[in-house]
Design a protein around this ligand. Structure first.
Ligand SMILES: Cc1cc2nc3c(=O)[nH]c(=O)nc-3n(C[C@H](O)[C@H](O)[C@H](O)COP(=O)(O)OP(=O)(O)OC[C@H]3O[C@@H](n4cnc5c(N)ncnc54)[C@H](O)[C@@H]3O)c2cc1C
Length: 444
């Protein structure tokens, strides 16, 4: 918010972000809420060090922002532009309210590696598969270098407001599980430290392509996702550090691959901007009529509960689901496996999986989450039809010694007195039956 030469950096704690989702789980669970609180404290400290402050207000932006505009006499309100409907609806409502007061709301594009204005096509012509998107942006566009932060800011002397706490948000205290492999701390300070660690201190990036499918070690992948998702770190900053690393230390397939993954992130963001609410619909982007099992049915509720609790009898699924519940994170490989199991074996409505992730993930990003889920369910941008993960093969390939499984499933350890559940289904028979249903509706 601009008021004369002064800026009023404001964060609005919107209660809707902490309300329950349709399936009953909180929209923002404790891991992401804690991360947000840490990020706000870090941001406030940075602004204070620059002579300004972070103003915090509790309530809906539709109520908070007009009141603040009136209080400080601001004429321009700048916001980070969002793409999903919950956020764009709020933006539109705030814009109307501010206009009525003679002030303006202006969007600033961020979040992506390639700026929306630099895409070599209109959003309506967004390529329908990732590879085409990547080829075109890599060939025909450039990444803008990151901006340098201001050294000083001036904030008018107004009540700064108190930072929320887990308690004030109606959430319980977090008790960290001692088995937690990755515990990110919110804020730009920790984000930069992680980037420094992964690139410069450990050279993790040098072997990223070979290690990125690992599930057990924190440096198997960059682990930058929580900071990228919340905006504590920009992909352009990551990109420019990768460039510097390539110029001064090493340039190989792995260093490229990290940027390649950031392009997936861009792609899902632009898919959300292009298709909007279609990405939240059960039919996805394919208008698929697949007969998903729903929670109205008691047997589905029981099966879904086994998936969420990590008691399916498939160690590679159960370890990942337990890790997610205990820490708010699980690796990309693990996410793909559990998503395949829920949708291709259990045949349960993929949106329930997406909501479960939305609540728990510390790195939840609306576009990446719903885009990846739709993709995994075979209703997203995927030209390849019904693909299911052979979990036996996945275990042999990615957890050959069963270390990841034993890390999260005490029943599998030799000294355990508790029995591990027997598999709840036949992997191949269920996948085959669901594939037949998938093909049938595709022909209809
Ligand atoms: C079902 C499912 C749901 C997912 N939900 C989310 C989500 O809510 N938020 C999220 O950030 N990622 C999501 N992902 C993508 C991916 O699993 C995570 O980005 C990754 O595990 C984060 O770990 P990392 O930072 O070490 O990744 P790295 O392997 O180090 O990748 C670097 C960065 O590239 C981006 N990235 C990597 N893979 C993907 C991908 N498949 N899609 C989009 N971006 C990617 C992330 O920003 C990541 O931090 C999901 C994947 C699946 C299969």
């Amino acid at each position: 918010m601009h008021s004369g030469d002064a800026v009023v950096p404001v964060f609005c704690v919107d209660p809707r972000q902490f309300a329950p989702l349709p399936s009953g789980v909180p929209k923002t669970g404790v891991f992401r809420a804690r991360f947000l609180l840490e990020a706000l404290a870090d941001l406030r400290a940075s602004f204070r060090a620059m002579g300004g402050d972070l103003i915090v207000r509790h309530g809906r932006p539709e109520a908070v922002l007009p009141a603040l505009v009136r209080e400080v006499g601001a004429r321009r309100v700048l916001m980070h532009e969002e793409v999903a409907s919950e956020e764009t609806t709020v933006e539109a409502d705030v814009s109307t309210l501010l206009e009525g007061m003679g002030a303006s709301l202006e969007g600033v594009w961020g979040h992506t590696l390639y700026h929306a204005d630099d895409l070599p096509f209109d959003l309506v012509s967004l390529p329908d598969v990732f590879t085409k998107f990547r080829n075109r942006v890599e060939r025909e566009s450039v990444v803008r270098p990151p901006r340098t932060a201001p050294r000083r800011i001036t904030t008018p002397a107004i009540e700064p407001g108190v930072l929320p706490t887990l308690k004030s948000l109606g959430l319980p205290r977090v008790v960290d599980d001692p088995r937690t492999l990755f515990r990110p701390v919110g804020g730009e300070t920790a984000a930069r430290a992680r980037l420094d660690h992964y690139l410069w201190k450990t050279d993790g990036i040098r072997t990223y392509k070979d290690t990125r499918n690992g599930m057990l070690h924190v440096d198997d992948s960059s682990k930058l996702s929580p900071w990228l998702a919340l905006g504590c770190l920009s992909p352009r900053r990551v990109w420019s550090e990768v460039q510097r690393y390539e110029q001064t230390r090493a340039k190989n397939e792995s260093t490229y691959w990290l940027v390649f993954e950031l392009l997936w992130r861009d792609y899902f963001r632009f898919v959300m901007a292009r298709f909007g609410n279609q990405l939240f619909a059960v039919t996805g982007l394919q208008s698929s009529r697949f007969p998903w099992r729903s929670l109205r049915d008691a047997s589905t509720r029981a099966d879904f509960a086994r998936w969420t609790a990590g008691t399916t009898g498939f160690p590679i699924v159960d370890a990942a689901m337990r890790e997610l519940s205990a820490s708010g994170y699980t690796s990309n490989r693990a996410r793909q496996n559990v998503a395949s199991f829920l949708t291709k074996n259990l045949g349960i409505d993929w949106r329930l999986g997406a909501e479960w992730f939305e609540s728990l993930l510390v790195d939840y990003d609306v576009s990446s989450n719903w885009g990846n889920w739709a993709y995994a369910a075979g209703v997203g941008n995927d030209a390849r039809g019904f693909r299911f993960f052979n979990l036996q093969k996945q275990s042999t390939e990615y957890d050959p010694l069963g270390e990841f499984a034993r890390h999260w499933i005490p029943e599998l350890r030799t000294d355990s007195r508790t029995a591990y559940p027997t598999p709840m289904l036949d992997l191949f028979a269920t996948a085959k039956a669901n594939e037949a249903r998938y093909e049938r509706v595709a022909r209809e």
